[in-house]
Every structure is written in C-alpha cells, then in structure tokens.
Design a protein around this ligand. Structure first.
Ligand code: FAD
Ligand code: E0Q
Length: 467
C-alpha cells in the first residue's frame, strides 16, 4: 500500500500549463519557449494552418529582423532556420526625388552590423514547426470569441461550431485587434487608448527580372523619402521586393498626396510617374496591386495594465502595437516572449510573474513606441539634408573615439539588446551633444572634438556590452 500523495496547499507545485491565444509571430515563439521548458502548452489560432492553406492570400510580405529578435530566436534554437531564408540588408538605399542615382547609407560600421529581411509567412511556419517539435499543441481555425474568467473557460469559434475549453491561464498573442484584450477590459479596465497616425499604407510588388534575378540591389532596404510621405522596398528570398507606400489617409490641404486624393489605380500611376519615377517601371502590376490590396492603418496602442491577476496577460502587438518605422514591432514582441518565459519559469505564482513581466517591459515598450514615431519623421525627410548627414558622420567619428560610451542611436536600437528605455535615454543625451557640436558647422573637421569628448565623459557612462 502506498501513501496518498500530499495535497495540502503548497505541497505540490502548480501544473506548468498555459493556453496561448494566436499562433502568429509572438504566439508561436512563446509556445516554443514554454514547451521547451517542459510546459504543457495549447495554442488557439483563428486562421487555418498556413502549412496547408498558404499564407495571407499568397502575398509575400516581409519584415526586418534585427539583433533583439534574432537573439530571441537563438533562445528557441530557431535562428539558423530563419536566417537560411533571410536576405541581408546592410543599409538604406536612398532614391532621391530628382531621379539622381540611389545612395547607400550603411546601417552599421561594417557587414557585422546588418539586419535581415524575412518573409512573415515563412517565419511563421518555421516557428509553428518549432512549437510543435517542442511539444506544444496547436489548434487552427479556432477564433477566441469570449472568456468567462470566473469559470475559467474560453469560447472559440471554428469548424462551424463554438468550442468551450477550460484554461489555467491565457497568454494573449492575438495581435493589435486582440479579442482577449477586449475580454480582459470588460472584466477590469486596462486603460486602453489608441493614437492613430492618420497615415496608412499599401503594399505593391516588384517581381524578379527576366533572368530570374533581383531587379534592384538586393542587400538593402530601399527608400524613396518624399517629405511627408514615402515608399520603401524590402527584398524577398524569391527575388521579389515588397514595396510599401506610406502616406496620409485624408487630404491635408497641403498639396501632398493622400489615400483620399489617390483613390484608384489611375491616380496611383500618376503619383508614381511624378514622385517615384524610377520605381514605376519596376512594378508592372501597379494598377492590380493598388486595387487588390487593402489600405493598412497605423497607430500606437497604450495600456495601463497588461495582465489580469494570474488569469491572463498580453504580449506583442496585443499589448503595445506601434507604428512600423523603426522595424522593431516583431523584434520587441520576440523580446517580450523571452522576458515572459523567464518570469514564468522563476515562480509558480502566475500573478507575480505577470506583474514582474509588465513592470520590466512596459517602460521599454513605451520607449520603442516613441522612437518608432520619431523615425517616421526622420525617414520621410531623409533626403540629402546636410545637417542630418553631418550628424550621422559625427556619430561615427564619436563612436570611433568612445566605442563604449557613444553608440549611434540606430545601433543602440538595432544592434544592441540594452533595454529600449536605456537606448532612448542615451539617444536623447547624444542628440543634444550632436546638435550643439554641429550648430553652424558644415563638416566634422570644424567640430571641436576635445570639447565634445568632455561632454561624452561627463554625460555617458560606459556600456557593459557594446555592439
Ligand atoms: P500578429 O503577428 O498580428 O499575430 C497575431 C495572431 O493572432 C495572428 O496569427 C492572428 O490570426 C491571431 N488572432 C487574432 N485574433 C485572434 C483570435 N480572436 N483568436 C485566435 N487567434 C487570433 N516589425 C518588425 O520587427 N520589423 C519590421 O520590418 C516590421 N515591419 C512592419 C511593417 C508594417 C506595414 C506593419 C503593419 C508592421 C510591421 N512590423 C514590423 C510589426 C510586426 O508586424 C508586428 O509587431 C508583429 O507582427 C507582432 O506580432 P504578434 O504576434 O504580436 O501579432
Ligand atoms: C529598419 C528596418 C517598415 C519599416 C521597417 C524597417 C525600417 C523602416 C524605415 C521601415 C528603419 C530605418 N527601418 O531604416 O531606420 O531599420 O525595418 Cl519604414
């Protein structure tokens, strides 16, 4: 006869199990990280299995993956599979308005400081496979509809029915339009607020050249800055580029184009003939793409709370959607996954883990949200602005003089893993130094570097890790 197991409070560790809502980028990575740590993980995704049904209507959409996201993929042992399908981007290729030759602005000091263009669909499939391989159970065609937090039951729509499924805790990875967020907010206000940018986007495609190669430089993020609107293009490994046009949703009365004044394919062609003349011949299906693809809207989502005790927590876009202009939304979502997995692993107290996760990550999400908004202004105005180029040149000179103290803004965000809030604070100090040093100067040779050195030593303590 064996003794009955002890059942008193605290005698048995809580079951390490979680239900993840959404098998997109954050959901699939979160599932992988927890399953690899021995958790029992169930994932519910509203869409069909992309391995069977293909992805997003077959359009290839790509994203820039940087060090923060790559590091999270390393933690899940998925980095090699992802990089095998990625295209390296060493800088921005700026296409001037006057039709002059495009100029490469390097992102880093050399080819060790680059970012990667990855297909959203392929990346998602790689992560779904990793999650399953780690032991997570994925359920497709299951759209979360409502949550009963008292009975701890969730309701999912799919396969022509409504499915009632119990949970221990819910991790919301269901994106910017999160249903879980709405359900949590009904139980206890999350203090939600969205600030719409007032600008939207439209995706177009550059197909391969006749010989099957890339039609423009593959190892760059192409950008056509035009003041208050712009186009960008990122390479895909199948030798196409995805072009994204960003502009105001409504006419601003300033003569600039908007989705209101450019409502159809004919107007889009006229806009490209005038403002993006070198891009136009690269996009043979411009009319079709413009009519067929939706206008995306852009905004920043702010919440006062990300979790409901130990019952539910939000991560990724569901918690802090941002505008895409720093290329960090996915990178930030992946950092969230690593931070949350670490907190969950450290304690059986879910409410404490969620509170610690939110306390750690909310300041960082707010910082990258702000930097992403600021970068739209910078990107649209990139045109050979002399002050801008002088400040970039001085940044590199100061980094060479003080590699542990002065790291250019872009590198702090893109090539390092220091918290975004630290990157923002240091960037602001550095911007002050750069503005003061370049005032009424037209070349780095005219800058009083010794005076700048003193400011740097005084204001910028050395970083432990430098890129
Ligand atoms: P999502 O990727 O949106 O995934 C949400 C998942 O939840 C989806 O699979 C969805 O089907 C599912 N779902 C939704 N509702 C439910 C429900 N009720 N029940 C079940 N499942 C549900 N980031 C970068 O890092 N680099 C870039 O270059 C970059 N470029 C961008 C360009 C544009 C134009 C935009 C709009 C964004 C860009 N981003 C970029 C941001 C990036 O796309 C997001 O930050 C990222 O997708 C967030 O991941 P997520 O998993 O939180 O949400
Ligand atoms: C990157 C890489 C959608 C988008 C994605 C990006 C970037 C930009 C401009 C945009 C920022 C930059 N950037 O080049 O400074 O680095 O991801 Cl618009």
């Amino acid at each position: 006869m064996s003794a009955a197991p002890a059942t008193g409070a605290g005698a048995r560790p809580a079951q390490r199990e979680a239900t993840i809502v959404g098998a997109g980028l954050a959901g699939a990575l979160m599932a992988t990280l927890l399953a690899q740590r021995g958790w029992k993980v169930e994932v519910y995704e509203s869409r069909g299995d992309p391995r069977i049904h293909g992805f997003a209507g077959g359009r290839s959409i790509n994203l820039a993956l940087a060090e923060r996201g790559l590091h999270a993929l390393r933690a899940a042992d998925a980095d090699r599979d992802v990089l095998a399908q990625a295209v390296m981007m060493r800088g921005r290729m700026v296409h001037p308005a006057d039709g002059g030759p495009p100029q490469l602005q390097r992102y880093g000091r050399d080819d060790s400081e680059v970012i990667w263009s990855v297909s959203r669909g392929e990346l998602n499939i790689t992560l779904i496979n990793a999650a399953e391989a780690a032991g997570a159970e994925l359920h497709f065609d299951r759209r979360l509809e409502s949550v009963d937090f008292v009975a701890k039951r969730a309701f999912y729509r799919g396969d022509g029915g409504l499915h009632r499924i119990g949970f221990r805790t819910l991790i919301g990875c269901d994106g910017a339009g999160s249903t879980l967020r709405r359900q949590m907010d009904q139980r206890a206000s999350l203090g939600e607020r969205t600030e719409w940018l007032g600008h939207g986007y439209k995706e177009l495609e550059i197909p391969p050249a006749a010989d099957g190669g890339f039609r423009i430089e593959p190892n760059a993020l192409h950008i056509w800055p035009r003041g208050r609107y712009m186009c960008i293009a990122l390479p895909n490994d199948e030798r196409t580029f995805t072009v994204t046009l960003f502009m105001a949703m409504e006419d601003q009365g300033d003569g600039d184009p908007s989705f209101e004044t450019v409502p159809d394919a004919a107007a889009a062609r006229a806009l490209f003939e005038r403002d993006f003349a070198d891009a136009l011949p690269l996009i043979p299906e411009l009319e079709h793409d413009f009519e067929a693809n939706p206008i995306g809207s852009l905004g920043t989502l702010y919440l006062d709370r990300w979790h409901l005790e130990g019952d539910a927590v939000l991560i990724g876009d569901a918690a802090h959607a941002m505008v895409p202009f720093h290329g960090q939304g996915m990178n930030c979502a992946f950092e969230d996954c690593v931070a949350l997995a670490r907190r969950l692993d450290a304690t059986d107290d879910l409410a404490a883990a969620y509170a610690a996760f939110a306390a750690e990550r909310m300041p960082d999400a707010a910082a990258i949200q702000k930097m992403a908004l600021d970068n739209y202004i910078e990107m649209r105005d990139l045109v050979d602005d002399a002050d801008y180029l002088l400040q970039r040149e001085l940044e590199l000179a100061l980094q060479a003089r003080h590699p542990t103290r002065f790291v250019p803004h872009y590198a702090l965000v893109t090539f390092m893993r220091i918290p975004y809030s630290v990157a923002l604070a240091r960037s602001e100090v550095q911007r002050g130094i750069l503005e003061a040093a370049t005032r009424r100067r037209s070349s780095v040779a005219e800058v009083d570097l010794e005076a700048v050195d003193a400011d740097i030593l005084r204001l910028l303590p050395p970083l432990a890790d430098t890129p």
